[in-house]
Design a protein around this ligand. Sequence first.
Ligand SMILES: [Zn+2]
Length: 169
Amino acid sequence: MALDVANSVVLRHDEARRIDRFDAPAQLEAFPQAAAAFCAERALFGDIIGPAPSNRSNFLELREAIDRYFRARVSGEIDDRLLVDLLEALARTLRGANGENGLDAATAHSVLRLIAMPDPERMKICSNCGWLFIDRSKNRSRAWCDMAVCGNRAKASRHYRRRKEEEAP
Ligand SMILES: [Zn+2]
């Protein structure tokens, strides 16, 4: 859940093309429903609702802290200051949450599970879109968040480059 929330910013690394899905309030409201269908932790949360309106800015700060901390951890740049920022954002978000079934509280609890995940090397950054994802494959060899989307796109652009090189005089 915490990674799905962090990934609500698409192409985060690309200043010109990045899209923040939560800029649209309707997307933020619709997110719990999508998470209920697709999120790996869906069985833990049951019916969740959007974050309390008064807690939105805390929730969005938590989202950014999630991305900064885990992106650094995946890159091998573990930094306790980022962890402190994350835990503080987490505490503010939990304090402002309206009960346990809000997206804000659910995300905070998901963060705690991710911090303590037993095999942190399974967390990766998609080499196509830059999303954080957990590689659950047996041989831990996944390079893309989603084979059907990013895997195919990466393969297509590699194929295209190869063709171009072959055609070049
Ligand atoms: Zn991807």
